[in-house]
Write a protein that binds this ligand. Structure first.
Ligand code: BG6
Length: 485
């Protein structure tokens, strides 16, 4: 008989996660090329619930590309490229055991097409990994996090072209080889399933440059599946000890009511989210996806050997990001992954992200029951317009409440059998939002004193949640045991 479980495993990895393009800044320094993230402007009149950067056409692309009328927050970020030592010292003070970060493809291959990597880029990440090592913080590295060379959008229309496979594998092979003694955990592609929400960031496809946009997206995904399988194959040759992961943004939704129509739609929709994990973890295109493609005039071009590669080189672990949950109502919604209704039982933040800790328990349990692989939380956090008060303090009780409940729900999932080895909150210090390019949507335990135009002292201040998370780590989650969900 198995033993009853209590609390988090002893060697649990507590940490936080960031993406290079949202915090490094130094966008054109030391040979870095221009990336898709570098053309994301801050739009002062933005509607926080409708994202302008998700699906681009050529006109918007040209307008956003290097236009002096706009301010591009990512160009400065929060100066992580130059100040990473300061940030790491604070994470160490909190007791971090792991740190999920990404490598910017454009620092290594500025246009994606060079034969040789940029040495300055390679050196930079050696320095970063050495600093983490000094503190005993385990790096978990994403190779592609919403940042690809802009040149590949212009020349190939992003991942819609098969040419991207070899270019990406060349880049990944370079970093796997370069950091083989410094990094053990790798995530190949950030949130590979999020194509209908963050299509441009994920795939770099301009919609008017395709005859069938949905088909181009799934063709791009097929290319990413093949590339990822090749990367896993290569990785195991370079270092059999590497742990290779894929990542899903949790888009599992609930039926709005128990009307069988809502229930069936929710199941069909959820299956099209599981599709990505099914291919990368179970190694096969599931039948329901084939039927979906047929109904939607999606004809994916598969070359000889693709399916064998996908079958043979599945990933070792699943990384999940979880922020909120949504519902579907069959009388209003269809199969588009972004087509949802609010859950009337939940409260949401200003961006419409509804708080649902039980959803985290359910979703991790479902992934476990389906895949039986080790998992980690790669992102979970609460974006809020924090107020810096006199004495440079931020009383972010709302964040403490959100994180506490989610971590407690995670503990329940672990106790009920999920094999979860790490929890990374998003993001341990304030960074630029991927969705709206504003710093005002803050997630950090550490307040970074810049506004949406990069004005401010740049000083780092500890929020109340800083001390709270330190205690969570110190007690291995025990301090949350009395939280009721
Ligand atoms: C995830 C992304 O989808 O959500 C991150 O992987 C992103 O890059 C995070 O920052 C939160 O979204 P946002 O729009 O609040 O930055």
């Amino acid at each position: 008989m198995k033993e009853v479980r209590h609390g988090f495993p002893k060697d649990f990895l507590w940490g936080g996660a960031i993406a290079a393009n949202q915090c490094e800044g130094a966008w054109d320094v030391n040979g870095k090329g221009m990336s898709t993230a570098d053309i994301h402007p801050y739009l002062p009149n933005l509607n926080r619930k409708e994202l302008d950067f998700n699906h681009l056409d050529s006109n918007t692309f040209e307008r956003f590309k290097g236009n002096d009328e706009y301010y591009y927050p990512n160009h400065k970020g929060v100066e992580f490229y130059h100040r990473y030592k300061e940030y790491f010292a604070l994470l160490h003070e909190m007791g971090f055991k792991c740190f999920r970060m990404s490598i910017a493809w454009t620092r290594i291959f500025p246009t994606g097409e060079e034969d040789k990597p940029n040495e300055a880029g390679l050196k930079h990440y050696h320095d970063v990994f050495q600093e983490l090592k000094k503190y005993g913080i385990e790096p978990i590295v994403t190779m592609s996090h919403y940042e690809m060379p802009l040149h590949l959008v212009e020349k190939y229309n992003g991942w819609s072209s098969r040419a991207l496979i070899d270019l990406f594998v060349k880049y990944c092979g370079t970093v796997l080889e370069e950091y083989k003694y410094e990094v053990k955990y790798w995530i190949v592609i950030n949130q590979i399933n999020l194509i209908q929400y963050e299509c441009f960031g994920s795939l770099g496809i301009l919609k008017d440059k395709t005859d069938n946009y949905l088909e181009a997206q799934f063709q791009g995904i097929h290319h990413q599946f093949v590339a990822s399988a090749k990367v896993v194959e290569l990785a195991k040759k370079i270092n059999p000890e590497f742990k290779m992961g894929t990542m899903l943004a949790d888009c599992i939704i609930n039926p709005y009511t128990c009307n069988p129509k809502d229930v069936e739609l929710a199941l069909r929709r959820n299956r099209m989210q599981y599709f990505f994990g099914d291919v990368q973890i179970l190694g096969e295109y599931p039948q329901f996806a084939i039927q979906y493609f047929d109904k939607n005039n999606i004809d994916i071009k598969v070359e000889e050997g693709d399916l064998e590669l996908i079958k043979e080189h599945t990933v070792d672990f699943l990384c999940v990001s979880y922020y909120y949950s949504r519902c579907v109502d069959a009388s209003k919604n269809g199969m588009d992954a972004a087509d949802t209704v609010d859950n009337p039982y939940l409260k949401a933040n200003e961006w419409g992200w509804a708080i649902n800790p039980q959803g985290l328990y359910c979703t991790m349990s479902n992934y476990h029951d389906r895949y039986h692989v080790p998992m980690m939380i790669g992102e979970n956090g609460f974006g809020y317009v924090d107020k810096l008060e006199e004495g440079n303090v931020v009383h972010d009780t709302y964040r403490i409440d959100y994180l506490g409940k989610h971590i407690r729900a995670l503990q329940n999932a672990i106790e009920d059998g999920c094999d979860i080895f790490a929890y990374c909150s998003w993001a341990p210090f304030d960074i630029i939002s991927a969705g709206t390019a504003e710093i005002s949507k803050r997630y950090g335990y550490i307040y970074v004193d810049y506004d949406d135009y990069g004005n401010g002292s740049g000083n780092l201040y500890k929020k109340d949640s800083f001390y709270w998370y330190k205690n969570v780590i110190e007690t291995n989650g025990e301090c949350l045991k009395d939280i009721e969900l």
